[in-house]
Design a protein around this ligand. Sequence first.
Ligand code: TRP
Ligand code: SF4
Length: 400
Amino acid sequence: MYPERVVSGMRPTGALHLGHFHGALKNWVRLQSEYPCLYFVADWHALTTHYEEPEVVEQNAWEMVIDWLAAGIDPAQATLFIQSRVPEHAELHTLLSMITPLGWLERVPTYKDQQERLADRDLSTYGFLGYPLLQSADVLIYRAKYVPVGEDQVPHVEFMREIARRFNHIFGREPGFEEKAKAAVKKLGSRKAKLYDQLRTRYQEKGDEGALESARALLDEAQNLSQGDRERLFGYLEGGGRVILVEPDVLLTEASRLPGLDGQKMSKSYNNTIGLREDAESVTRKIRTMPTDPARVKRTDPGDPAKCPVWQFHLAYSDQRTKEWVQQGCRTAGIGCLECKQPVIDAVLAEQAPMRERAQRYLDDPTLVKNIVADGCDKARELARETMREVREVMGLAYS
Ligand code: TRP
Ligand code: SF4
């Protein structure tokens, strides 16, 4: 119905590390050539937990955008913007809050979890409770089809689907829907109208998903429909009202996880990270001093890669032959740990070299970054405004 847009955001919490790259950014880069993608700096979301550190938001935001560009996000393909510079997100958030049951927010699992985990901060704020709703506005405002996120964010996408459904249920039910939908069918022209009716019947009577798909494709191609009629026909297919907000799907980032230097999750708070653009010398030192299987006290002690964080790095970086060399060499004490780490060091440095190079241009000329973001904000805003026009209209705020 709408282009298959992808939307995702990241909170500007400081320089990104290789965990971010393997866990999210690499996926963003892949997606940018497959879909129209919108990637944004979730600065309001950062304030939900870090409202006492406003001075770092801006610096972190610019740095993060440079990290994105360094990682290979191409501003000619993807739209990069800053959440707070598209204030329509806040308007939609307010309007959605009118129909959001408190219980839905209180039951989102991250709400209690995070409050416990970040016990040193006072998170008994409205903003923190409303986090998933703001996130819903971020995505629904672009009528996105896919949201690439990690496992931990799945409940948030589930939440936004429920919000979209509830919104459509309440505001997509206009008086005379059935008549308006039938009139819209006629506008398809007789051949397509007949096909639409047949497909709709097949879906509604037999639950034929293929028919639903075909009918949607037919609507996608129909030229002379107004936006309102298009939404009616999508809704009419499934027996509901107008589909004003689209229910997005999660696009799970495949599990090419990179743990931290100590084998735990890579995270700044564990002090076990390798920065995306960290200099080669420091990276080499960090990997050379990484812990290994504690059983290998002496060079002649055999080890077990399964008990060694270096092996996790081999899984992320090494080819089959190298992995076999590690397995064999470690178990027989045929290789030493430093020897084992060398291919990892080489691979990490090789991965980072082009990133450091790409970043240099932007570090030398920060206006390039500002211009990219300004363009992205303009583009995003235009799309956001389209949705808001309709949202206002169905909520009785058109004032025409
Ligand atoms: N909550 C996300 C995170 O912590 C960040 C985020 C904010 C986001 N808005 C979004 C992700 C919209 C996807 C879509 O990672
Ligand atoms: Fe780890 Fe490699 Fe040493 Fe084995 S040889 S303990 S896998 S670093």
